[in-house]
Design a protein around this ligand. Structure first.
Ligand code: HEM
Length: 531
């Protein structure tokens, strides 16, 4: 036996047994990780792979260069389902004709599809984890409590818009150029936080920084991890700057929210001791505590989860709506007329928002032409599923369904912006029609799937609609808007399958005199509590 052959066993023998055990465990864990990643990121047999037409790129590069283009190539090349190769493995893309058949299928899971793309198992992603650990709490809180309180919430939003607009867009009667998306983000963060956490916190600068940045940092942290090699992700996530940011947000949010919860407890105690009934505070902290029914919940993570789901999407919708207004200024006087008629009659209420039918149609057209994504219904197949045409969706596969936002068969002149398109459709159909801004249908699912009873249609869409209508009413009556012709930057860009507006986008704004008073004339303390 030469020296090299017995030196290895000798060297292993010199390692203490507990370290040998740890080392063996590590080797097993690494081996399992590699095996699992290879299996789960392998192409799915039986589904053609789409790449960008005529570019000769490998599928994954094709996806990262232009995900929407890759999907469009697939839809053009194949009549049935195909796959794209994303940073976290293959996904099946199904043409829109499958949408109705797939909605509410028990074999498909929304949260599990989300888990893999958003790394909910890694530290820092507490907001994402909150919605997965307790998948019904937030959607049911929004569906039940928010819907019940929408009248009260309308007053809160108007009060917050009154205060925030003045501070954010100013009183200057000369034209000024502003970075409009940043301003809108500040506005939406305040409006949404008013509903989620109540009045003191929605104006707390530190919370607002978290609310604005947590969404962006969470998406960037997840995107950076998706772009990493799977093998490096468990280590790299500790060192990536966006991930460090989201961990810090959680710690800071915990301090702010715990202080507020403590403040409420003390106030309730004082009132109880004085023989009074503590008021029922109408915001998402109070609602979630009621809905959880004593179950242990991480309310800080749940608030971050709400923030991530809502603020970014609503800011995008508001920014795109403003862009559409300045690009089609002929609609501005008509919208102002509607706002004056509706609010001049009876003031702010849930019903007043419903009566803003032109605004509703305008928002839906804006969403149709610039949807957050060309695909929706991200799902994971939990049990093998055979579709009516014999297509087999294998267990473990992830899928998405293509929308038909610009399909000439459904929308005549599909590339033209027509603010009254959905108003006309609405007038020609029954009141329970799919043409309201908040309605979802098989073709038009910017708020998710499908018709009002689709299980995962966005439960926050009624709040989003209220925020947008209230914000736009104030913005249109109190301000003039126009394009900033010196701004030549691209207006939109894509992040994988998501489309978004350019954060540097500029618009011109100046203060005008509103025809009617839009501000609430009541003491804000009186509208903070439920009767
Ligand atoms: C214009 C703004 C918004 C858009 C475009 C939007 C869009 C969406 C979409 C596409 C989905 C996925 C549905 C599916 O895959 O079937 C979704 C889910 C969700 N949205 Fe929204 N959303 C918006 C605003 C909001 C707001 C304001 C909130 C919170 C108040 C919210 C909370 C949620 C939640 C909690 C889910 C997950 C639902 C579940 O797990 O069942 N969203 N949203």
């Amino acid at each position: 036996m030469n020296s090299t052959t017995y030196s290895i066993p000798l060297a292993i023998g010199a390692i203490p047994p507990y370290l040998q055990f740890v080392a063996f465990g590590c080797v097993l864990a690494v081996g399992y990780n590699i095996w699992w990643a290879l299996v789960s990121e392998r192409r799915l047999p039986g589904f053609p792979v789409a790449t960008l037409e005529g570019q000769g790129l490998p599928p994954k590069e094709s996806y990262f260069k232009d995900a929407s283009g890759t999907i469009a190539s697939g839809l053009k090349a194949y009549a049935g389902p195909f796959q794209i190769i994303t940073g976290t493995g293959p996904k099946i893309v199904l043409p829109n004709k499958y949408a109705d058949e797939l909605r509410n299928r028990p074999e498909l899971d929304f949260n599990e599809a989300f888990r893999k793309d958003f790394f909910a198992h890694y530290s820092g992603f507490d907001g994402f984890r909150a919605s997965l650990d307790n998948p019904t709490l937030i959607p049911s809180t929004l569906r039940v409590k928010l819907t019940q309180s929408l009248g009260l919430v309308t007053n809160h939003l108007v009060d917050e818009a009154t205060s925030a607009l003045h501070q954010l867009y100013g009183e200057d009667r000369e034209w000024q150029s502003i970075a409009v998306k940043q301003h809108n983000l500040n506005l939406v963060a305040r409006l949404s936080s008013r509903v989620f956490l109540g009045r003191p916190i929605c104006r707390n600068e530190q919370w607002l920084e978290i609310a604005k940045n947590h969404t962006v940092d969470s998406f960037l942290a997840a995107r950076d991890l998706r772009a990493q090699h799977f093998f490096m992700r468990p280590i790299m996530h500790y060192f990536m700057p966006h991930n460090k940011n989201i961990q810090r947000h959680y710690t800071d949010a915990k301090r702010i929210i715990s202080t507020e919860v403590e403040r409420r407890k003390i106030r309730a105690q004082i009132l109880l001791e004085a023989g009074d009934k503590p008021p029922k505070v109408s915001d998402a902290i109070g609602w979630m505590v009621e809905m959880a029914g004593g179950k242990k919940v991480d309310y800080v993570a749940a608030q971050l989860s709400l923030t991530v789901a809502s603020i970014h999407a609503t800011t995008e919708a508001l920014t795109i709506a403003l862009l559409d207004l300045v690009s089609h200024p002929e609609i501005i006087p008509q919208l102002r007329k509607e706002i004056i008629e509706v609010l001049g009659d009876a003031g702010w209420s849930k019903q007043a928002l419903y009566k803003m039918k032109l605004m509703d149609s305008f928002l839906k057209e804006s969403q149709r032409l610039h949807p957050p994504s060309d695909v929706s219904m991200n799902r994971k197949v939990m049990r093998r599923l055979t579709l009516s045409d014999g297509t087999v969706l294998p267990k473990g596969a992830r899928l998405m369904v293509a929308a038909r936002f610009r399909d000439a068969e459904i929308y005549p002149e599909p590339d033209a912006f027509d603010a009254t398109r959905f108003l006309r459709l609405l007038n020609n159909t029954s009141s329970n029609s799919p043409h309201h801004y908040v309605s979802t249908s098989a073709e038009m699912f910017a708020f998710g799937t499908i018709r009002c009873h689709g299980k995962h249609a966005c439960p926050g869409r009624f709040l989003a609609s209220a925020e947008l209508k209230i914000a736009l009413s104030h913005m249109l009556l109190k301000y003039d808007w126009k394009l900033d012709k010196s701004d030549t930057m691209p207006r939109f860009f894509a992040n994988e399958t998501a489309h978004m507006t350019n954060p540097g986008l500029k618009l011109m704004v100046r203060r005008r005199t509103e025809e009617i008073n839009l501000d609430l004339d009541v003491d804000p303390d009186l509208i903070d509590v439920e009767d």
